[in-house]
Design a protein around this ligand. Sequence first.
Ligand SMILES: C[S@@+](CC[C@H](N)C(=O)[O-])C[C@H]1O[C@@H](n2cnc3c(N)ncnc32)[C@H](O)[C@@H]1O
Length: 242
Amino acid sequence: MKILIDEKNRKYVVPEGKDEVHTHYGVVSLKDVPVNSRVKSHLGREFAYIEGNTLDLCEKLPRTVSTVLRKDFGAIIANTGIGGGSRVIEAGTGSGAVSIALANIVKPAGKVYTYEIREDFFGKAKQNIELSGFGNFVEMRLKDIREGIEEKEVDAVILDMPDPWSTAKHAYEALKWGGFIAAYSPYIEQSRKTTEALKEAGFRGIKTLEMIEREMEIKDVGIRPRTRMLGHTAYLTFGRKY
Ligand SMILES: C[S@@+](CC[C@H](N)C(=O)[O-])C[C@H]1O[C@@H](n2cnc3c(N)ncnc32)[C@H](O)[C@@H]1O
């Protein structure tokens, strides 16, 4: 996927087969412009023209639902030890953004098995995953994960769904010894219920984290945190089978 980035760091996807993009700063013609270069719009504003990576793709995907943000995704990876070759269960698929980001981590030897209960979301996510080029590393299941997880001996189970506690026992059965569960929940009451269910299912090393991100403004006059920040996304509850 090729993208343009403007002076304000706004990104525009270059549609496949098209060489003209309409932006906030005028029309950019890409005829005979090599990718990974700079280009000017008809208003003389400068853009970077680059081959986007998974980060860009996940930002620009058509969304059906809200997704896990980078700070939380990073914490999930860091606290579960997922890497190349890992086999990971995910629910729900939503728009497929997390499935794609996970596939980017586990490829080429690993696999993401993603469960989605809603047929309409499943179809949209399928399109997004195919578009990403990571389809070979993602297996999609149109299924309520509360009815059970088909895979066994997996490295991690990652849940972004309203009632992750309902899947604690299935997750424990699906995980290999030493495998992790991670649940992403906007409300602390959800984390509490998940914690209780994880204990009951036999998980250990249970903890809940909130990731706070503060961006700094570095200017000639001085350095300080930005006035506005993202107040809250979710709590992350982790447990391990051992
Ligand atoms: C917040 S969204 C997940 C967003 C996703 N992480 C993404 O990146 O787009 C929650 C999703 O979980 C799905 N869901 C809810 N309960 C489920 C269940 N029991 N089994 C499978 N999917 C479920 C919903 O239909 C919805 O698509």
